[in-house]
Design a protein around this ligand. Sequence first.
Ligand SMILES: C[S@@+](CC[C@H](N)C(=O)[O-])C[C@H]1O[C@@H](n2cnc3c(N)ncnc32)[C@H](O)[C@@H]1O
Length: 239
Amino acid sequence: MLHRADQDVAWWLEAAGGATRSDHAGAAVLELACGTGRLTHALAGAGLAVVGLDNDQVMLAAAAHRPRRTWPIFVAGDMRRFALHHRFALVFVGYNSLQLLTTPSEMTACLRLAREHLVPGGRVGVEVSDFQIGGADGPHNEPDAHDAPDAPDNQDNVGNPELLGDAEGIRLAGSLVHDLGARTSRYRRHFSGEGWTVADEIVVRSLDRPELEGLFRAAGLTGVKWWVDGATVRALAAP
Ligand SMILES: C[S@@+](CC[C@H](N)C(=O)[O-])C[C@H]1O[C@@H](n2cnc3c(N)ncnc32)[C@H](O)[C@@H]1O
């Protein structure tokens, strides 16, 4: 969660504003792909009954380890295929996490399930970003090309330790290699601290507002509230 300054918390709090604050009425908000519970805990701290779902046990363990009262509670599950008994006033996927599902059919499956878990009048919420604005196509047909010592010209540097700074002693450097046709980008990350470094690579699918509108339609949803800031879009959708 490096460099996320919790600027989204207020937005999700407002989005959940209509949700019940009573512990007795059951859970009011479901966060899919909740990670370490950055948002889940913030919403619970504001008095909301919140459930966080993630498919990574290590993330869930970190989330559950943070101080909490009755809420939030955390459940293990895959956002592409989950079934909970509760129905919620708000089901949301924050911080670009929907984009870890790299095909429209997987993203639609997730949004459809989110819709099916709503109480009448409930909303589905999403934050997505377009990582490819101004980007050039990368060497995606040559799997090893990105490991060449000379970075290709069409590799966007999205950060280095100087640009991204550090948080809690951890530095992040990264680069994106785009496949503009597939709308996917390989995000290569190097995390480092005192005497250690960890590198990994994830694939994210870019989404802009029209694409998100298309996914909403496919999932039986209609956008009812939009917030756009540069490449980032937040939306609430209703069935
Ligand atoms: C960037 S983190 C998001 C953290 C959190 N949403 C936040 O804003 O702080 C992405 C999370 O998505 C989770 N994730 C990825 N694929 C998933 C899936 N298919 N089902 C559930 N969680 C998934 C990962 O385990 C990871 O915890």
